[in-house]
Design a protein around this ligand. Structure first.
Ligand code: PMP
Length: 426
């Protein structure tokens, strides 16, 4: 898609009443041909959609450069999951460079057959030790890790009970397992209780996130664990966004809430605070020994490149050695959210470094998204079905590397751009 589209160049008016949920019926006689209405809708909304897949021209730092409408644009980056600022850390880069020189680029095989290196083993032991577990296994993506772990453990007669706001990797894993898939209202204990009652007598797995990736709120872990345990159900927590960012030592939401000993299996990703790519699961040797053979995304997919493994090892060293990074992250998050709220921006239920800036209207969100980019603030557009239609929003993530000056400048631009537009429609 051309990145220098102009609003006026749109062929037809973009129909902002439609969403991705309207094009899931296959109406052509060939599955390789998408619905015509979808293609037309995309073409008419080309200007709106040009906000997606922006090209970064530099590192995912607090300030970066993106290609906006065909030109390099400096932006304050409130998009990247680089929570501790490690993506461009000199020690991380140097560890990666050393590994590249020694091991070359790719692992060139599945970890089961030929892709495992001594570095991969070292990272398995390091992650297991850090999270005080017996063993760990690595996946080449966080999505694949969640998908493989859940589909590898659940069976047809089991029940997966997911929070309604759970990430698609978790839901897809449950669907792939062919188990029964139920949902409960976000963080709602009565709704979970009812779901657990409905399938009494079956093996049940309650699936939640440490920090929810769109809303930026925590799972109510203590209450959820109490409820699940009272039904003898197990709990699976996706610590993608909470790992390294939460807890005194960075061991995630489970450490934050003091419930680590009640969680048998810990899943997380290397794509957020670790600032690399990949996923992991850690827990009992027997469970992981089983998973190595039944998580298809593990055994049937190439191992992580050694260069990434080396970078992740170094990122973990730094995150352990420098707890002040977490302090800065949380100070920044608190400051930014309070300031947003003080200028009238609705940040929903966020209590963390992820915060929605609720707009609640599709057409207005795209208009304002372009305006923010033009003025130098980079936030992510979040449309339905990733969030409910009345919660269409921008998502902002702050990091330890943002300075007060970065945040203040972004706040000024947001106040100028969003606050008047939202007031008009209040
Ligand atoms: N779980 C959650 C909660 C996520 O937000 C994401 C991705 N943003 C994933 C899993 C998948 O992780 P990855 O991007 O590392 O594949």
């Amino acid at each position: 898609m051309s990145s220098n589209l102009n609003r006026r160049e749109s062929v037809q008016e973009f129909d902002a009443k439609l969403s991705l949920a309207d094009f899931v019926v296959g109406d052509s006689d060939d599955p390789l041909t998408p619905p015509l209405a979808f293609t037309q809708w995309r073409q008419a909304g080309a200007w709106e959609a040009s906000i997606y897949e922006p090209e970064m021209l530099a590192t995912a730092d607090a300030r970066t450069i993106i290609n906006y409408e065909g030109r390099p644009r400096s932006v304050i980056n409130l998009c990247s999951y680089n929570y501790l600022g490690l993506a461009n850390h000199p020690e991380v880069i140097s560890a990666a460079r050393d590994a590249l020189a020694k091991y070359g680029l790719g692992a060139c095989g599945s970890p089961l057959l030929s892709g495992m290196t001594d570095l991969h083993r070292q990272l398995e032991r390091r992650v297991a030790g850090f999270l005080r577990r017996e063993d760990a296994m690595l996946f080449n993506s966080g999505f694949g890790g969640a998908l493989g772990t859940i589909s590898g453990l659940l069976r047809k007669t089991d029940v997966a009970i997911l929070d309604t706001r759970s990430h698609l990797s978790l839901r897809d894993g449950a669907v792939l397992s062919r188990s029964r898939v139920d949902r409960f209202e976000h963080n709602d204990l009565a709704s979970l209780d009812a779901a657990l009652h409905r399938r009494k007598g079956r093996r049940q797995l309650v699936i939640v996130e440490g920090i929810y990736s769109m809303d930026g709120d925590f799972a109510n872990l203590k209450g959820l664990l109490d409820m699940a345990e009272s039904h003898r159900a197990s709990v699976f927590i996706d610590e993608a966004h909470s790992m390294l960012g939460c807890g005194t030592h960075g061991r995630g939401a489970a450490e934050h809430f003091g419930v680590e000993t009640r969680i048998p299996l810990v899943y997380g990703t290397f794509s957020k605070a670790f600032a690399a790519v990949g996923g992991f699961v850690t827990g009992a040797v027997e469970t992981l020994d089983y998973l190595r053979f039944y998580a298809h995304s593990y055994g049937y997919s190439c191992a992580l490149p050694p260069v990434i493994v080396a970078a992740v090892l170094k990122a973990l060293d730094i995150a352990e050695r420098e707890p002040q990074l977490r302090v800065r992250l949380w100070d920044n998050a608190r400051y930014f959210r309070e300031q947003l709220n003080s200028i009238g921006i609705d940040t929903g239920t966020s209590t963390t470094y992820i915060m929605p800036l609720v707009i609640g209207d599709r057409a207005r969100m795209y208009q304002l998204g372009h305006e923010l980019r033009r003025r130098g603030v980079w936030v992510a557009p979040v449309d339905y079905p990733a969030v409910p239609e009345d919660r269409i929003c921008f998502r902002a993530c702050v990091t330890a590397n943002h300075t007060r000056a970065d945040l203040d400048e972004a706040l000024n631009i947001i106040a100028d751009t969003l606050a008047p537009a939202l007031l008009q429609n209040a």
